[in-house]
Design a protein around this ligand. Structure first.
Ligand code: C5P
Length: 221
């Protein structure tokens, strides 16, 4: 039987990872958080003091040993033997990651790794370029979005719940800046695939969004 893939793309804070993780659990598919891979790389680049220099970042990406380890409490993210699961959610990494992810030489090895991961089984993969670049043959493509106000508020609540101190206005600015950078970069920018199903989750509850995604999957798979 052919491997099945569900690609979920969309702007920052649309709830992609929460929805993708739960959809994967219910389908018994593997969940792959590609944003976590770029975040791990950005964390490593900050630690290595590499800055935004494309050649240096490319070398870093090509040598990066990134592992996503599924546990009962969710995916743990490792880079070069460091568990960075919590560290990659810091404001510092969030503010740096889009610059790292814009480098074509960084994206190539990440895309390759993601494609290898998807070749292992049925997957739900979320990111920015999954439907357009990583898995263009995915049976199901979802573009998950919501108003900027709602996305900022959701991220705010999520970080507050985790005890990360943030300001709502600053968070909204960071999300807008990241969307702007991700949509305007030259290599595989954030955009809706032609064959993606758009789900605008503004005003929707989590369970409602999960149901909408699962309904789309049932229609297509
Ligand atoms: O999904 P998340 O918000 O954690 O992603 C962090 C950043 O990683 C994005 O803002 C984007 O710059 C980059 N990214 C990407 N392509 C992906 C996933 C994430 O460029 N497939």
């Amino acid at each position: 039987e052919a491997l099945k893939a569900v690609a979920i793309d969309g702007p920052a804070g649309a709830g992609k990872s929460t929805v993708a993780r739960e959809v994967a659990r219910r389908l018994n598919y593997l969940y792959i958080d590609t944003g976590a891979m770029y975040r791990a790389l950005a964390w490593w680049a900050l630690r290595q003091d590499v800055g935004c220099e494309p050649v240096a970042l490319t070398a870093l990406a090509e040598a990066a040993e990134i592992r996503l380890v599924a546990t009962d409490e969710g995916t743990r993210v490792w880079i070069h033997g460091h568990d960075v699961t919590e560290a990659i959610r810091s404001p510092e990494v969030s503010q740096h990651v889009s610059q790292v992810a814009a480098v074509a030489g960084v994206r190539a090895p990440m895309v390759r790794l993601q494609q290898q991961m998807a070749a292992q089984g049925c997957v739900v993969m979320d990111g920015r370029d999954i439907g357009t670049r990583v898995l263009p043959m995915a049976q199901v493509k979802i573009f998950l979005t919501a108003s900027i106000e709602e996305r900022a508020l959701r991220r705010y609540r999520e970080l507050c719940a985790r005890g990360v101190p943030v300001e709502l206005a600053a968070l909204q600015q960071e999300i807008e800046a990241r969307d702007q950078a991700d949509s305007s970069r030259a290599t595989d920018p954030l955009r809706q695939a032609d064959d993606a199903v758009v789900i605008d989750t503004t005003g929707m509850g989590l369970e409602q969004v999960i149901e909408a995604v699962l309904a789309t999957v049932r229609r297509k798979v």
